[in-house]
Design a protein around this ligand. Sequence first.
Ligand code: PEP
Ligand code: MG
Length: 554
Amino acid sequence: MLTLTGKSVFSGVAIGPIQFYKRPENIIKRYHIEDIPAEKKRFEDAKATALQQLHELYERALGEVGEGGAMIFEIHQMMLEDLDYCDSICNIIESQKLNAEYAVGTTSDNFSAVFAAMDDPYMQGRAADVRDVSERVLGILTGVSASTAGLTAPAIIAADDLAPSETVQLDKSKVLGFITRRGSASSHTAILARTMGIPAVVNAGDALDESFDGHTAIIDGFSGTVYIDPDPETERLLREKKRQDEERRALLLELRGEENITLDGRRIQVYANIGSPADVGAVLQNDAGGIGLFRSEFLYLESDNFPSEEQQFAAYRRVAETMAGKKVIIRTLDIGADKKADYFGLEPEDNPALGYRAIRICLTRPEIFKTQLRAICRASAFGKLAVMFPMIASLSELQQSKAILAEVQEELRSEGLPFDPSLETGIMIETPAAALISEQLAKEADFFSVGTNDLTQYTLACDRQNQKLEPFLDPHHPAILRLIKLAADNAHREGKWIGICGELGADPALTELFLAMGIDELSVSPAMVLPLRKRIRSADLHKLSPELLAPYQL
Ligand code: PEP
Ligand code: MG
């Protein structure tokens, strides 16, 4: 038995075989072949498998993001069946007597170059699709696939680290949990695991070797421990812990339908955070009062190209309709830093967390922003949506964002497309600057939601991605709590509400303090909604010392 210790990102116990996450090797071997029909058959077989995978992805995406979002997989299937594309591959195999991998790689380069050189931006976009489809076939031919698409049975995913875009594409129905050698507990990958309710341990160290592929592992998400090839006694103990955890969660379900009210009668909204329409099931199951943070950028990360207005509209509408009149706060695109998608063409930066991200991208590439705002506004006719801008650091950024929103609403009005004209418009308080000028911002925003993950990173000057800084990344630091209190006071002075949607909102050690500060809403991962409700229902604000808030007064 090997015991590894890392950082837990979601409590819970997972038991199952390890499967290593593989990324494609971009080096394509070129070698001569003798048996041409056999090599062509290798390609045909790989193509058939790829078509099957794309069909399954289409079905899954249809359920998760609707027809608009699923369409890309249909296009990929069509591309893979394109006669010119297939002829080119077979021709290279036949005339040059070269292997299928080389033929696919070369055809991919040639065809994508042709598309990229076209004038029409739509056709240029197809270059990425050709590469994507070809990567899939290459992955099948070489046995090195960039995903867990080949997962046939539930497994624990192991990796060096996972990017948010990779995590979001995991087949959640088959992922029991995941372990990474590196990574920090406040990264977006960790947040996704929490949202998905998957036991996960990050930063488990180099002993997590690929030779353990297929071996049984147990993740103890309570202690951040991973046991590989567990001995019978450890397995027995952990199975018992798993059973108890499941029992505790079942008990919590009895709190469904109950109010989020303290013993002395103070009510607070408890909402949930999501990354995709697929998470709405967990939101409803855990009885959240609404969605306090829809990280819309994950729609972009799941995609190979900019999601169109229709694709986004379908996703937002589905969430709005499913939530049936409960509030859904859609945060506009927060791409950049650790959340990257190739098609944005973002340049490498020395300090990505302090870089070109979120609202900064939206305000300088308004065509991207407007497409998203149009989709959100159109979906607002189907439920109770609110929009929220990330990474605001100045009043003018909020004013510019609102001006673009107003422009979009005017366009929709003139096109006769319905939307909710009273759409609430809020901002994230996640830069110290925003907290410090919250007095002005509160006059222009309908609400605030504190992003404690970034607020902590920027206030303490600690990169949230850097695992070495975790001992210094103290989210209870009085500087952060003071900024939250300041923002809360300023919001309330203007009659606006304030919530917390960063991970700190779920910290039971701070629940009473947040209630005492007058925080109106806490938005947490779906699995934390009921534990938080339990915590609130046992709080008694009357019993708190009047001095509780004194250290946080600015
Ligand atoms: C935050 O920064 O606290 C937040 C909620 O946003 P994200 O974690 O997506 O950066
Ligand atoms: Mg943030």
